[in-house]
Design a protein around this ligand. Sequence first.
Ligand code: HMG
Ligand code: MG
Length: 299
Amino acid sequence: MGRPAVSGPTPRLVEVGPRDGLQNEKFVAPLDAKVAYVDALSGSGLREIEVGAFVSPKVVPQMADSERVFARIARRPGVVYSALVPNEKGFERALAAKAGKVAVFTAASETFNLKNINASIAESIERFKPVIVLAQKERLPVRAYVSTAFYCPYEGAVAPEAVVSVVRRLLDLSVTEISIGDTIGKAQTEDVKRLLSPLLDVVATESVFLHFHDTYGHAVENALTAWREFGVSGFDASTGGVGGCPYAPGASGNVATEALVCAFKAAGSDPGVDEAKLKAAAAGLFTHLGRPGGARPAK
Ligand code: HMG
Ligand code: MG
């Protein structure tokens, strides 16, 4: 498919705070707080919000009320409300909740995948094959996450070829987009370049989203590098930098959405999201999380 000319595309931000952020908070946010957070986010100009996860409530109790969150949010026209699903059961729940997009997830490292979803990479892809078929029948777009695309907490550095190989298998299933996860937030700009070079030879740039956790504070620079040097425009982020990482105690969650908005604006490209409204959404949520806000820009 080749790499397109870099032209500084307008960034497209996918908000993952209500799912990735809140799934990793120790204190389970009350339903009202989750609904208020999603509604505040949809009023900020964000076009896509990952609202929840239809995974096992025993494994991730923080997401057990995802149906109720979907039922209560005020849906704004033009905003996509998506959900994470691990299997057919999750898909049926997402469909009943009227999710506008579903996200399946696997990893580039076998050990992480086993610990996360109790399946090898190959098994996980087999498991969500029927999900993709069902989603296509329902005309729902499918996002596919590839976790540990740079570093694995168990196996260390992950080779770009391993990531490209998983991505090829996902593209064979005709997923709509791929989200490349720096799950433990360890990647630096050189790692990003090393992966994007071969990756963008097999997948269209506009189908790639980068999902940086911000454990070591590299996420904003990584995003800017991918955007400037490779023309990637899709980035996942979590308003307030909500969340953490179960594999890196004390670590922060995804890069804060407001940090990306601020950085892209400073670099001359406006993602069309109101920073003040994001900050207000985070402030509202943090009154319920039993801890002070931890987003990097607030420090
Ligand atoms: P399993 O134990 O292998 O599956 O778990 P199972 O099919 O044997 O089911 C076990 C039990 O779970 C059964 O219940 C099922 O009914 C139930 P029981 O009979 O014991 O009462 N179950 C479900 N319940 C509700 N909804 C479902 C569902 N599926 C099964 N969809 C499974 C396999 C995948 C289900 C489990 O391991 C799981 O739910 N894992 C979720 C893990 C997770 O959510 N991790 C975080 C998301 S990934 C992430 O954050 C990374 C990302 O952000 C990118 C990045 O940063 O890199 C995306
Ligand atoms: Mg994540």
